[in-house]
Design a protein around this ligand. Structure first.
Ligand code: EPZ
Length: 418
């Protein structure tokens, strides 16, 4: 097993390029199988494990999948089945997008129930509600989801919970339904908009993404297209927070500053400087920040996916900070690991109370999930001494070559194979 070894306490200087958005790519790759003719050529695809797993699943379904650097070419005209069961899909969340894509094109799908980060129950009841509203029959047996539909008929669907996954998944199926579907109380994340833009490039008719009401007029078929995935809002946020916490000055290229506004606002409140410049943001920090309160919310609120990395810098910020994780019921597993490094944090349910300490001290810690891993990297970069992070396969699911990107900024971090 690999581990990351960090010798912390150094400021970060230089520039890095952000990769394509994981949470857009893991929906766009499955969506590509909806093209009954033509070829999808998709650029800025991040070479991360979750995306590689989906590429393997499309190959197992008979698609032709070629990759050159970060451009993937997918030909789904020759697909030979709708049984998308493969062993390695059990440890990722986004395999559920295969249901909406296969149901939309073939009116049937067989997919294992999603895995992913252990940060809560993470049900898919809203996905099922949407599929059933369109006319599908959904059965779950032995951890496998079987979905079939004679027809898919457009309708109005009101989501009980704002859900990124349900919004995208039902949008996929509705794209090839008969008639018009209205999705209400929809998620507005940048990656929801990106998936809709990709589908429209394939010939779909979707309007309203980025608001909470999305209108989808069903079309008869989708074709291949050329597309480029948006930059990863969460990776950019992770590097912004790391720079603010370590101190220094870093130019973060290939971003959409608007997607980072809630993170920028919080960092400025804490005393860091964030300068937007076209498709880059520059973060400047003396390293000593003021504690703030955080409440995670659906976009455009503070993203839950940077709550854990933010907690690492709040652990060494001045004063008391309250973190309210309103999206997930148990996204606090990084706290016990941060406490091994000297953090003063207490957790009651979804609320973490963080009392800033002067410094953290390096320790042996474990990445319990993807963004907890990112939080521990930031804590290790800030801490005095050596931090060893194990179970970093979680981190590789969502960040491409994260240690190389930090090394480029002057961090003393290396991947060691045990
Ligand atoms: C996506 O997960 C992201 N994953 C998550 O990122 C992200 O944290 C989340 O959206 C919120 O932004 C991918 O895109 C692959 P949700 P998703 O459905 O779609 C509840 C990361 O670190 N809910 O928006 O699974 C759910 O339990 C990962 O990159 C239902 O109750 O999230 C949660 O409390 C972690 N019923 C809330 O809604 C449902 O049917 C938001 O979940 C679906 C969700």
């Amino acid at each position: 097993m690999d581990k990351l070894v960090i010798n912390g306490g150094k400021p970060l200087y230089g520039s890095i390029d952000i990769s394509g958005a994981k949470n857009a790519a893991v929906a766009i790759v499955p969506a590509a199988l909806m093209a009954s003719s033509g070829v999808c050529v998709i650029d800025n695809i991040p070479d991360i494990e979750d995306v590689l797993c989906l590429e393997r699943i499309l190959l197992s379904l008979g698609c032709r999948v070629d990759k050159v650097a970060n451009t993937i070419t997918i030909d789904s005209s020759i697909i030979n089945g709708t049984d998308a069961i493969t062993n390695d899909m059990r440890n990722m969340r986004a395999s559920y997008y295969l249901i909406g894509a296969l149901l939309g094109r073939f009116r049937e799908a067989k997919v294992v129930l999603p895995g992913g980060c252990p940060i809560g129950v993470r049900p898919i009841d809203q996905h099922i509600k949407g599929f059933e509203a369109l006319g599908a029959v959904v059965k779950i047996e032995g951890g496998t989801v079987f979905v079939t539909a004679e027809k898919l008929i457009g309708t109005s669907i009101y989501f009980d919970v704002v859900s990124v996954g349900a919004t995208i998944n039902v949008m996929l199926a509705a794209t090839l339904a008969e008639g018009t579907t209205i999705l209400e109380n929809s998620a507005k994340e940048p990656h929801v908009v990106d998936v809709a833009n990709f589908l429209n490039s394939m010939g779909a008719n979707i309007k309203g993404t980025g608001t909470d009401v999305i209108r989808i007029v069903g079309v008869s078929e989708l074709k291949g297209c050329d597309y480029s995935v948006i930059p990863d809002q969460i990776e950019a946020g992770t590097f912004m927070l790391a720079t603010a916490g370590c101190g220094g000055e870093v130019i973060i290229n290939n971003v959409i500053p608007k997607h980072l506004e809630s993170i920028t606002a919080k960092l400025e409140e804490m005393g860091a400087q964030v300068i937007q410049n076209g498709e880059s943001v520059t973060v400047k920090s003396e390293g000593k920040l003021k504690g703030v309160n955080i409440k995670t919310l659906p976009y455009p609120g503070f993203p839950t996916d940077v709550q854990q990395p933010m907690s690492s810098i709040l652990a060494v910020s001045m004063g008391r900070s309250i973190v309210n994780e309103s999206i997930y019921e148990s996204r606090m597993m990084h706290v016990d690991e941060l406490k091994k490094m000297g953090a003063k944090i207490s957790v009651e349910g979804r609320i973490a109370t963080i009392d800033g300490v002067d410094k953290l001290t390096g320790a042996k810690v474990r990445a319990t999930d993807l963004r907890a891993g990112a939080a521990l990297i930031i804590a290790g970069l800030i801490a005095d001494g050596v931090t060893e992070i194990t179970d970093i396969d979680h981190i590789d699911r969502g960040y491409l070559n994260i240690e190389e990107k930090f090394r480029k900024l002057g961090a003393d971090i290396k991947r060691v194979t045990e």
